[in-house]
Write a protein that binds this ligand. Sequence first.
Ligand code: ATP
Ligand code: MG
Length: 568
Amino acid sequence: METPEINKETVSESKVVSNFIRFIIDRDLESGKHTGVVTRFPPEPNGYLHIGHAKSICLNFGLARDYKGRCHLRFDDTNPVKEDVEYVDSIMDDVRWLGFDWNEHLYYASDYFDKLYSFAEYLIEHGKAFVCDLSFEEMRTYRGTLTVPGKNSPYRDRSVEENLKLFRAMRDGGFPDGSCSLRAKIDMSSPNVNMRDPVIYRIKKTHHHRTGSDWQIYPMYDYTHCISDALEGITHSICTLEFEDHRPLYDWFLDQLPVPCHPQQIEFARLNLTYTVMSKRLLLELVTTGLVKGWDDPRMPTIAGMRRRGFTAAAIREFADRIGVAKASSMVDDELLMFCVREDLNKSAIRAMAVLNPVKLTITNYPEDKVEELEADNNPEDASAGKRMVKFSKTLFIEREDFSENPPKGWFRLGLNNEVRLKHAYYIKCHEAVKDESGEIVELLCTYDPASRGGGTEDGRKVKGTLHWVSAAHAVPVELRLYDRLFTNSDMSVIEEGKSYKDYLNPESLIINTACMAEAALMNVKPGERFQFIRQGYFHVDKDSSEGKPVFNRIISLKDRWIAKSTK
Ligand code: ATP
Ligand code: MG
């Protein structure tokens, strides 16, 4: 495949933060080692993509974009047992949703099965691979340990002819699963365990989601990956740190084989997030055991979950840029992701008023049947979002938490005889809290200052608190799903002895609120729309909404936890 020519001028103009990978690429372009950049994102279709994959996608597709190269999407589908078409489809959706495009460069490792097979015969013919009859357990004992060198397999010195005959018989289904394998002949005493005659092909009489029952043997990842990279003309093969020790093997295969080029493998640290598990195995388990409601449950760290929750692609890309790329493993604070989401939504989300925990408020000096239409900004950050009219009347709802009979020091919300502003409306003062037999407040009796319409007065007196509200007769009930962190443990890689990750599930990760009363306009929303409920947070209309029954996911509260704590 041709390597695209780089346009250096555009690159130097683009506003990018450098990192060690860009440094390597710049050097390769300068020295003429490469004339352009080709990267790839190589997911295994055995689960949905998560925020860690988003980091890798933004990195690989971002490099291709900035260097005017290209990035391939390649499904690493060499393990037929765990793979599924549902995953392939979801991965394509997620990459596109994140804002990236592989154009015509969609590949499957399984497309290379014929070539991979021929290369394996090539290795045999050159005395670099042999068929080994050791079982996997025996192989493990022969392999040695980090400190003890391995021992050669008793089958290592089979002739080329015998190996070819046996390998073809493996291919043709002549042996049962696990009875033998094809191994590279490298060095059983290598200090790098990966180099101790690794398996290249294993027998697996399993149906494959693309090649059906064509194959009874499947190539191993380490063998497949480097050859796929070379066949596609990848220049920089970027992967996570756990593959660092596999790099000598990556290079060894490419050095032995007549491949068109030799890509450079570069490793970076994977993303770890606080309060989050990212192992596909655990995410799958959460789904299959029903601990969450599917891969796109809004509490999941999957791209599908974050999208359903209401995160924007722009926020995720911004997060990926901010965390950058490094060699050292680290744990990223989930609040940074939340910060990026909040910052992006603040610019774009339409404002609305919704009262989550309503208490009735009556304005005793307001005319009985009067209804006023008051003007409200749709987004104070964006004048082009326009204005809307909200209805005001004698009976309102405000948040129960916004009233206190015995307010603590520094209380700016409603109390007896203190004045607050109702957003977009009037100043009010509370004179009495009416209670039921149990002592619970059922109604607040207030008066308003008609001269304060729109939120100010002629005498210029100031009030400190501003509350949101809805007109009781005009408000509509909406369902809210209030999401929080799925886990309570900040570092989910540290699990106390005798416990499992499930012991750290947050029992309050989802609270369903059906008491909420919202501005009437929120009855006519469409899935995908996002709002800021003022003073409450950002909300996203869920796909579970139906005509007259809107359901909102809380994307995130307005304040980050640190601020929330310090102002409690
Ligand atoms: P596994 O291989 O165990 O199924 P994986 O998370 O490595 O899981 P892949 O589908 O192989 O899943 O990953 C595709 C790409 O995403 C790989 O290049 C991998 O390095 C990268 N990737 C996976 N997890 C992270 C992460 N947490 N941070 C950054 N990149 C990641
Ligand atoms: Mg992997």
